[in-house]
Write a protein that binds this ligand. Sequence first.
Ligand code: HEM
Length: 169
Amino acid sequence: MANFHHQPQIEEILTQSQFISHSESTNNQKVKKQMASDPKLHTFDEVSKHNKTKDCWLILSGKVYDVTPFMEDHPGGDEVLLSATGKDATNDFEDVGHSDSAREMMDKYYIGEIDSSTVPLKRSYVPPEQSQYNPDKTSEFVIKILQFLVPLLILGLAFVVRNYTKKEE
Ligand code: HEM
């Protein structure tokens, strides 16, 4: 009698778990499909609007991630993720030296690709032409000339004063 009651319950549990694993695998397939063949293309302006703790999207290596569910769990904190919005955060992400497991986690938050033509061009850094140790060569040149001229001027002045005092005598 007890067995009779248990039987359908077990079957029910089995069907439920099959259902769960089935829906999980279809989700995974969806993610994989989205990544491989038909990714959603987002514009930079659209992605930049998601810059809040409760709604945070990131651009990393040409891909767009919705990290909203990860904000509280991110070991580096939510502030860094917020400060990485509205720009290509690839360098910020790489500079931290994220582990392989961190990179694997990213798949969960993938929502599409960024339309690279909408990303504003990076301002390129122009290094100063003069070396940092010798920032102003002109002033150094002027100083050298003065170092040479000042003793000459003093000498000249001494001669003038000497001649002048001679006439007085
Ligand atoms: C989907 C995107 C991201 C994921 C899944 C992620 C995941 C992780 C994980 C798992 C860690 C722990 C350490 C590790 O395993 O490497 C971590 C640490 C950290 N992450 Fe991220 N992260 C993401 C994006 C970013 C971005 C854009 C920044 C911006 C700078 C950032 C900054 C940091 C910092 C500062 C730490 C702490 C490092 C430390 O104190 O050791 N993360 N992240």
